[in-house]
Design a protein around this ligand. Structure first.
Ligand code: UCC
Ligand code: FAD
Length: 624
């Protein structure tokens, strides 16, 4: 195509050098570590910068090409005949090999190459190589994921579950059989050794309420032999959604049947199991797993999401009977943050391509970037991009502190509540942004080969995966009740401290100054609401059911206001910091903080729509 014919095509900038906010964020956490007193680590800030810069380039070139290829219709995973009929000519035809002959999973070359790159780049391993960056291992890893995910053709999804699985193994301890079989593979940088993991929780009766939904049962294994060396049970049931169907292993929930044949109902009847899905040659086990069909989905079509029938697959029960939900939540809390960084990554991509397009597309005699209404939309994208990254990185920083044993009790409590908050809020932000992005490109936004429909479709799943918004609101409540509101209080105190220092830096009388004061008041109100909730639901709470329902009916308002208070404070903190001169201008930081705080102050409790930004902030954001 001649150049003049593609003048409006948006270009993707270098994922590191073209993203000043990311660079400033990484800089902020490395500086924080220097102030806090650094633990022992082998690598320093300059090593991190070097790696992030070269990775940023690889993401928008090689990875991006592969991601686009994985998203093509002809690359979609499919079930194919595993063996030709003539390969079975000399075997008895049993139900087993007939089934096996019928189905195996095919994935594209692009998908496999993304697997190899993920291994080489340590996209999971980096979190566990704590000797490199100590408590900042997670900040470093998530910076890489942030640059990768929007280009990854959703290879980000199996990586999320693999990371959660590796963390779960780590918590089991080095002596545990499952740790010994799986951990080294999950964190390997060797593409041939690197395993991914699935997470099978959802069954046809329900994915949120797993205590009622899970009907899969585990029967004790009474045979020895090769399998018996590590397995101690067999699973029977039907898993309704399995996204990482090409994975080597999975963690799953099932209802334990004891030697006496007894089965407990509800959460206490669920245990956690480890399954090796494939054999040494990488083939789906024929002794107990049937790939029944692939889901025909609205989006995420790159992913081999299947329904699996378990007909006695060997597995190993992990930990205590009946503690499955509590145990698998260690995995879920990691995948929820992957969901958040994916949302943030898409929003950054949206901000990048819409701005570039707006600088090229002229309408009614002027470029879009000079049209006030378009400036409003572009500014929203930038604010959401910064807000979603700020929130996720704060959670990720706390995760790194906690995993490296350097978190204080308040920080651990804050991490617990921030995880569902972050997941639910960023997922809402990306859905709003993806829909506006599609419209921003007009008719081209609707054309498959632009890649924009793929961003739209793949974003829509983010509020569903790893728990829908309502379920996560209830998880926020669970976290508050478990620690008498300590995590929420820590989050609000951290926010008010940041807001106060921002207010001291902002000239009185200015809009930012006033908005900070309003958000600070919101924080005080929220503290009161948290304690009244804890009282109403706590052991000593005397609230009647109707009163509790009243609280539950209002829960989302409190949840969204917690998100907005924290994000306001993080953006204010960021803007009030003097940034390295090569990075973003501080006027951009001020404008974003000011626009976000004003929006939070005017609609503290509802959705993610920022409303109308004042035009001077919007213009400053887009011009920066
Ligand atoms: O969607 C899925 C994969 C998609 C693909 C991967 C995407 C990754 C991102 C990629 C980006 C590209 S997999 C399916 C995900 N499913 C869920 O997330 C389930 C959602 N439902 C919930 O979260 C529910 O709230 C349940 C299942 C946790 C509710 O169950 P129960 O039975 O009501 O649970 P209980 O009784 O409240 O909690 C049982 C125990 C308690 O501990 P104890 O017994 O010590 O008091 C809870 O405190 O589990 C503990 N617990 C937690 N602990 C529950 N949730 C948590 C938590 N989040 N953190 C810590
Ligand atoms: P439900 O739990 O029935 O929820 C329906 C609605 O009810 C939601 O809007 C929810 O917010 C609301 N709701 C639920 N409880 C309450 C409440 N108490 N109060 C108010 N509202 C409530 N699962 C896996 O285990 N592994 C996978 O690999 C996997 N991959 C997936 C891939 C794709 C593409 C998709 C779409 C799903 C996948 N899932 C997977 C399933 C996913 O995790 C579930 O769909 C999700 O957890 C929601 O469960 P559900 O579909 O049963 O909806």
């Amino acid at each position: 195509m001649a150049d003049k014919d593609r003048t409006h095509q948006p270009w993707i900038s270098h994922a590191w050098l073209g993203d000043a906010y990311l660079r400033d964020t990484v800089d902020r956490y490395f500086s924080k570590r220097a102030r806090r007193g650094r633990g022992r680590s082998r690598k320093g800030y300059t090593d991190a910068l070097r790696e992030l810069e070269s990775w940023g380039w690889r993401c928008v070139t090689e990875v991006h090409e592969l991601g686009r290829e994985a998203g093509q219709r002809e690359s979609e995973p499919r079930l194919v005949a595993a063996a030709r009929k003539r390969d079975l000519a000399w075997s008895k035809v049993s139900q087993d090999n007939e089934e096996h002959a019928r189905v195996n999973l095919w994935t594209s070359e692009a998908w496999k190459k993304l697997h190899a790159i993920a291994a080489e780049e340590g996209l999971v391993a980096a979190a566990f190589e704590r000797e490199n960056y100590g408590e900042l291992s997670r900040v470093f890893q998530f910076s890489k994921l942030y640059m990768f995910n929007a280009s990854s053709g959703l290879y980000s999804c199996p990586l999320a579950m693999t990371d959660g699985a590796a963390r779960l193994c780590e918590l089991l301890g080095r002596e545990d059989m499952v740790y010994r079989r799986a951990f080294g593979n999950l964190v390997s940088r060797d593409p041939l050794r690197f395993w991914t993991s699935g997470q099978w929780m959802t069954e046809i009766q329900g994915g949120s309420d797993v205590a009622s939904g899970v009907e899969t049962v585990a029967k004790p294994l009474d045979e020895g032999g090769e399998v018996g060396a590590w397995a101690n049970a067999r699973l029977f049931g039907y898993k309704w959604f399995s996204s990482a169907t090409d994975a080597r292993m999975a963690f799953t929930l099932a209802r334990d049947i004891g030697e006496d044949g007894e089965m407990v109902k509800g959460t206490r009847g669920l245990s956690l199991f480890y399954v090796e899905v494939r054999d040494e040659q990488g083939r789906v086990r024929t002794d107990g797993i049937r790939l029944r069909r692939l889901k025909d989905k609205l989006g995420t079509r790159q992913l081999p999401t299947a329904e699996l029938e378990l007909v006695g697959v060997p597995c190993r029960r992990i930990g205590k009977r009946g503690r499955g939900v509590a145990q698998i939540s260690a995995l879920m809390n990691i995948t929820r943050l992957h969901n958040s960084i994916t949302a943030a990554s898409y929003i950054r991509r949206i901000a990048c391509i819409t701005l570039d397009y707006a600088k090229k597309r002229a309408v009614f005699g002027k470029l879009l970037v000079d049209q006030p209404l378009a400036i409003q939309t572009l500014a929203h994208f930038e604010v959401h991009a910064q807000a979603s990254l700020a929130m996720t990185m704060e959670a990720v920083y706390l995760l790194g502190l906690s995993e490296s044993g350097r978190a204080m009790e308040d920080e651990k409590a804050m991490l617990r509540i921030l995880t569902p908050l972050c997941k639910l809020y960023t997922a809402k932000q990306v859905v709003w942004s993806a829909s506006e992005c599609l419209e921003f490109f007009g008719g081209q936004g609707y054309i498959e080969s632009t890649g924009i429909p793929e961003i739209f479709r793949d974003s829509l799943v983010l509020p569903i995966w790893e728990g829908p918004t309502n379920v996560l609101c209830l998880d926020v409540l669970r976290a508050m009740l478990a620690d008498s509101g300590r995590g929420a209080t820590a989050l609000l105190s951290r926010s008010t401290r940041a807001l106060l220092s921002g207010k001291q830096g902002a000239p009185p009388g200015q809009d930012l100054h006033k908005s900070i004061a309003t958000v600070t008041k919101m924080a005080h109100d929220a503290k009161r609401q948290v304690s009244s909730l804890v009282q109403a639901f706590g052991d000593k709470g005397k609230a009647r059911e109707a009163e509790r329902d009243e609280h539950l009916g209002q829960l989302k308002r409190l949840v969204f206001s917690l998100c907005k208070i924290l994000v306001s404070s993080l953006l204010v903190e960021h803007s009030s910091r003097s940034l390295p001169s090569s990075h973003s201008s501080s006027s951009l930081g001020d404008a974003v903080a000011s626009a976000y705080c004003k929006s939070a102050a005017s609609s503290p409790e509802s959705s993610v729509d920022l409303g109308h930004l004042d035009f001077s902030s919007a213009r400053a954001i887009v011009a920066a």
